[in-house]
Design a protein around this ligand. Sequence first.
Ligand code: PMP
Length: 428
Amino acid sequence: MGGIRALNMDVSFDRQHIWHPYTDMAHPDPVFPVVGAQGCLIELEDGRQLIDGMSSWWTAIHGYNHPQLNAALIQQADKMSHVMFGGLTHEPAIRLAQQLVDITDNTLQHVFFADSGSVAVEVALKMAAQLAFARGQTSKDKFVTFRKGYHGDTFGAMSVCDPIDGMHQAFAPLLNKHIFLDSPHSGFNRPLLDEDIQPFKDVLQRRHEEIIAVIFEPVVQNAGGMNIYAPEYLRQVRALCDQYQIPLIFDEIATGFGRTGKLFAYQHAGVAPDILCLGKALTGGMMTLSAVVCRSDVALGIESRFMHGPTYMANPLACAVASASIDLLHSYDWQSEIQRIEKQLCLGLEPCRVLTPVKDVRVLGSIGVVELHQSIDLNTLPSFFVEKGVWIRPFRNLIYLMPPYVINDEQLHVLCTAIQQAIEEVLC
Ligand code: PMP
């Protein structure tokens, strides 16, 4: 990766013809052409290198261009890139499923491979629904979830995302109506108040006959508001779900694979879900793959064929890379790295707390969040960050960091300083 070069990427074609995430095609946001990525650095076409604070939407936990992940991909491609999973099976799927069963403490025994996080959520909701119908609970038609939740962009997933502040208001008339409770607002280390759990208790007591399942993001609500809350909440919810025999779905698509300091965020609470959604960091940021892992009483309780089966189910390339990513995680003391990052994020972001536009600063594991009073202009701030040599992409009123676990202290310092400068120079 080197100095300034001549530009030859046709970005104007991109702007005219290619949709980027959540973009107005008539007024597209600026995009920066990238030619490479290595470790924690993203290289732009003009030669500039950006320190990555996003892990490419929380996926690239080992950094970019990792030799072990590349090798796993190439070795698998040499043998077979894909075969259909209907009627056939293969070593990469079996090995990855064994690893997933193993790292979920053997409580979750059955693995469904899907294409993306959103599809994993669809699969989890459908599993719970088919289970309810198999139990003869045919009048059940509601999921319970929390405000500030985000579970994906497909229809089922959208219907359990925050209905007001979420990104899917445009589709509101088309979405099934589910039950939304206020998001837990006790902070991570705070004791849970009775009033936090009481609405959940009331809803289960009054409406359990309508409820198919409960779904939410354990400990950290991510794209819906970066809310970090007390693990005790999970213990209470688990007990209530058991009492009313309602399956509990944890969406760990964003939090899984170490991000919060535990391999899975639910392990902060010492309770397990009935159904677990995994995605994002599953492949270490190399390609899309998700998995839904569930207990035997869910899988076997469906008592018939489970009606989902994507074309690229258990793609061998993605499974091989995911296995290598899990091996990589096991090969070093990632917990200490997350603790180190947590300490640096606390130190580096704390000075933002006193700045006028800042409402809150919170950190858990390798997640650092600065919440502002006002929403941010997405046309100016990313360019400011690029000028400072960092890649940080805020949303709504949130500037946050979720860097690769291999980031060093100096790079973290540059990221945190850039956030402080953005608030002081652009937002104050
Ligand atoms: N669930 C959670 C918790 C997520 O954070 C996301 C993505 N941000 C999704 C589901 C959807 O995943 P995907 O974008 O891979 O469909």
